[in-house]
Design a protein around this ligand. Sequence first.
Ligand code: B12
Length: 489
Amino acid sequence: MIILFHPRATKPRNSRLPLAVLALAAVLEGKVDYEIVDGNAEDNATQRILDLISTHNVELLGVSAMPGPQMVAAMETSREIRRLRPEVPICWGGYFPSIYPDAALNARYVDYVVRGQGEDTLLELLDALRGNRELDTIKGLLYKDMFGLRRDNGERPMKGPDEFPWSPFHRLPVEKYLRPSFFGKRTAVHHASIGCPFNCSFCGVHAAYGNKEKFESPERTVAILTHLVKNYGADSVQFYDMNFFLREDKARELCDGMAHLNLRWWCEARVDIMSRYSDETWASIKRAGCAMIFFGAESGSDWVLEEMQKGITTAQTLEIARRTRQFGIIPEFSFVIGNPNDPDRDTHETLRFIRKIKRINPDSEIIIQHYTPTPQPHQAGDGMYGNIEVPFPDTPAGWATEEWMNFTLRIDTNAPWLKRKTKLLIDNFETVVASRWPTVQDIRAPRWSRIFLQVLSAWRYTLHLYRFPFELHLANQFIALRRPKRESL
Ligand code: B12
């Protein structure tokens, strides 16, 4: 048996279908005996794994790990399994080992690391464990050889989603994962593409997948959504793709195909691409049920956007603010403020820019994060960002410390270039904006709490007075409104 373990990444009430292990399960289904253990759904995932090991012949424990708390949960369980059942080989895959492969491989409880897309690599690894092929023939795999030396078999070329079978949804209690959200009573998730062709210097997708994006065919996306609607009652969906709309003709085809499903949905897109779409395409996106689109606006300074290799302009972002208003779609603009080369100027220009967006489209949801470098493929793991050295930890335990957890979660990047004063300004501004326009996405917050925060913060926003927002911190603690940060949905 193979165990596919998805460690806890979020509170159980916010858990979503574990897409990574479902994608792996799809290629095992009908061929290999396997079990999915989802830490988001289990009270004690480690015990469940130990029970499976006691009752089955477990050939491999496959662990999926995203940077952040999920990696910590992966580390704790893997350690415990290694201590109690050292005979079970452990393989890590997912964004953490893909971006920081050496840190993962340095752990005593990790035998194999899979970088990037995992389906074929996992199948080939199983073959090798069964003695049918050599480990050094498996692309995308890193491992320690019999002398304990690091082996890296190089990148595996990526395949498109259509080249793999559908997720075996029946292997999970899907109903339990369809939770209420701003978009509906039973919100599903789907990933209709893999990778991203852009090269933004702060993003982990490029580091993990290279610079290609491959799309599922619109027919298959519609068929999967229809399955989720008909069999599990989904009424809304979040598309987790980096660029849900990359080509206008495909966007039209997909939207026309899914309109009859009456889903309300959320997706991510780029401002440069969508600012060029025709009114007819925008109307068809709206007709198909699109309620909100996440855009990485990143900065209010064109020189910073250039340095980030983002490939968009501030004028395009303003155009999106206008067009989303015209078509009644809520834009979610995300900013990563505090660029290393001139963080003060970047911060001031971006805060002014956010105010401008709010004037054009007050419904815009604003997400503010601190600029956080991610090692890029040519420098993966070596801790350099341009000329600035970032001393990235070289073990999972190092990444699990409070300092690096704050870095990963963008709570405090501790960046040497960001003065405390500038960091405080960013944080205070975020508090004022989030209070002046409480997110619509917290469906649990009562109406009075929103009005209270709006009234309390209005004078600060009007007068540009962001310093010492004690009363807002207090009110926010009391009300505990969730910030519209996509990743903690
Ligand atoms: C969905 C998602 C989440 C969800 C997770 C939902 C869930 N089901 O648990 C939530 C909302 C919880 C989340 C939270 C966070 N996320 Co997130 N998230 C994503 C997102 C949008 C999609 C991931 C996904 O499902 N992909 C689809 C699957 C099929 O692909 P995959 O995960 O890569 O899996 C494949 C391979 O990696 C591999 N693989 C994966 N696991 C394994 C295991 C084995 C054994 C093997 C062999 C292979 C293997 O095979 C799979 C199939 O090919 C990505 C961005 C993106 N579009 O990819 C960001 C992303 C992964 N998140 C990211 C971040 C930063 C976070 C947060 C730290 C953000 C924050 N500030 O809070 C938190 C931390 C989470 C935590 N608790 O640890 C970053 C990670 C990179 C980085 N810079 O560190 C990403 C890349 C976003 C970005 N653009 O930077 N996230």
